[in-house]
Ligand binder design. Sequence first.
Ligand SMILES: *[C@@H]1O[C@H](CO)[C@@H](O)[C@H](O)[C@H]1NC(C)=O
Ligand SMILES: *[C@@H]1O[C@H](CO)[C@@H](O)[C@H](O)[C@H]1NC(C)=O
Ligand SMILES: *[C@@H]1O[C@H](CO)[C@@H](O)[C@H](O)[C@H]1NC(C)=O
Ligand SMILES: *[C@@H]1O[C@H](CO)[C@@H](O)[C@H](O)[C@H]1NC(C)=O
Length: 665
Amino acid sequence: MQLWHFALLVSSFVASVGAQSTFTPARPPALPLAVKSPYLSTWLNAGSDGGNGGYLAGEWPVFWGNQITGWCGLIRVDGATYTWMGLPGSNTVTQTAFEYTSTKSIFTMDVGGKVEMNITFMSPITPDDFKRQSLIFSYLNVEVSSLDGNDHDVQVYADISAEWVSGDRGTTAQWDYGTTDGVAYHKVWRQTQLAFSEINQQAEWGYWYWSTDAANGMTHQSGQDTVVRGQFSSNGALTNEADTNYRAINNAWPVFGFSSNLGTVNSSPVSTLFSLGLTQDEAIQYEGSSGYGPVPSLWKSYFTTDVDAVTFFHKDFSDSSALASSFDSKVATESIAVAGEEYLTLTSLSARQAFGATQLCGTESKTYLFLKEISSDGNMNTVDVVFPAYPIFLYSNPEFLKLVLDPLFENQEAGHYPQSYAMHDLGSNYPNATGHNDGNDEAMPLEECGNMIIMTLAYAQKAGDTDYLSTHYTLLKKWVSYLIDEALYPANQISTDDFAGSLANQTNLALKGMIGIQAMSVIAKETGHTADAANYSRIAHDYINQWQTLAINKNVTPAHTTLSYGDESSHGLLYNLFADAQLGLNLVPQYVYKMQSDFYPTVANRYGVPLDTRHTYTKGDWECFAAAVASADTRDLFIKDLATWVNETPTNRALTDLYDTGSGK
Ligand SMILES: *[C@@H]1O[C@H](CO)[C@@H](O)[C@H](O)[C@H]1NC(C)=O
Ligand SMILES: *[C@@H]1O[C@H](CO)[C@@H](O)[C@H](O)[C@H]1NC(C)=O
Ligand SMILES: *[C@@H]1O[C@H](CO)[C@@H](O)[C@H](O)[C@H]1NC(C)=O
Ligand SMILES: *[C@@H]1O[C@H](CO)[C@@H](O)[C@H](O)[C@H]1NC(C)=O
């Protein structure tokens, strides 16, 4: 197991307390805390560009967009108070270890040499259990035991601020407190609900629930941050009072606290559980086959009220932990078997983040998976953003891939998109899946036609669902006609890597089109369209033969594909080769795989292989696609460089897919 030792103490705070934590299997650029949906997405900045190195005490957790989502933890041991989360400005615990799995982030704290804390943030991933997966909630479990062999008197405190309920800190929040079925909760919301609206990417509607066990020794309080935290620090208990002066989030910052009296703590760990999440009855606006309207959150199909959902989730911790641990160990065992610990560094860090971009909506009989293009432009179900996620959907449950493609099919089959090629996304801004009736989306015609056909076949193969191919054959056939017209000599256009600019005759884009045509041949064959199958296969093979002449520079050693036809000094990641192998098409001759695999190490920089010769940046997702179809040595090089980058990048935000291979920024 690789331990990363924190050598450069960049933050004065960290330096001043001399904290030294291990980070296993790596120190991510930002540590996932509560990451479950586009709107429940809170992180701890780590990278030196503004992060403190990954220490839970000493800086505030932030939303993915970097605004603070106030979340504070205090502990009182024998009358002395320490901070374990956030920056309320008191004495802090000493973090000794951080570890993450696919669903958990676990901190170990030494509190004054007296007690140890294990603090577990768990955002469950339950691919085969949509009831649990549909809940937009996350756990925080705090375990305490004596470290020095003596008994200690311990109270644990945690609160949230109203910063979770709106992206506008000047907006008015309202709150309430209740207990149901042994669960105590603070309910906090934007007083004026703005359905389907975002400010600074945060949701402006719905209700936040911050819960704990309504057990003996639990006290609660709402009020100004300094008042509530001060009450705990001085007394080790809260007043059970509510501040009913509903006000702006930033006006005498209201916070919602719980305190748990653990009493005398010895060497047997005792724990306090908190949970936090968002309920929205209606989550999405969608234009599908039956017109335009709101779509409910899927959890509404399983629970009558939001409090039912809250209490179920809170009391489900032990079952949910078991499910999470089994998913964690599946990912761990299988990642290590494929490409070692460094691969696990990537897969386990990506899992929560990938699912955290999605939300299950609709009903049990008509379910959808909506996906937000986060930290980009906020588009919905962007086809070339679903594409890098398609491996994790196939791996965890291919149904996810169907559910994310379904609304794209429905919208276009209902005639809501006028172009002859596949739509780029389902709507310009999450949560409005309103499509593009005017055909004015960000056009990536070759890219998205290829992606739709490839991913549709990938789902059908994995799920054994040939009916799906028959159902959508007409639209798929329209898209393959576009590929047949355009894939051999791609016009000047953008690919998924739109930030790199447009270019004619892109080698990798042409390849995607050709693989799409061959994939359509398989779809035709499986659905009994024998003549189409033969036609598409003939065309795909004709094109790939020509492509080998147009796209490969054979006059250099090692030979390699160029970025665009005839630009002999250029090169790029040929990541679209992945789909040829993943679908088992065997369209592209094996020597092309070997040639690229031999070539990449000759152009690798410190943190990886550049995307292409125009820039030194790269895409981590496409590096993994290239790695998946490379020799073991080249694959391991890609994985090692990426894992090194994760550990060393100064970036202080959630795992990016776009970074510089030299500076790591
Ligand atoms: C923290 O976790 C470690 C490893 O699982 C365990 O040995 C220790 O007892 C735990 N401590 C507490 C306070 O739960
Ligand atoms: C979604 O559409 C509604 C109008 O139906 C609008 O008020 C809202 O601002 C839109 N949301 C986003 C994030 O653009
Ligand atoms: C093959 O497909 C192309 C594109 O759809 C079409 O124009 C052509 O007529 C087809 N050829 C045969 C023999 O079906
Ligand atoms: C694409 O490449 C072909 C073959 O080299 C060339 O004839 C054509 O002009 C190129 N297209 C564009 C738009 O540059």
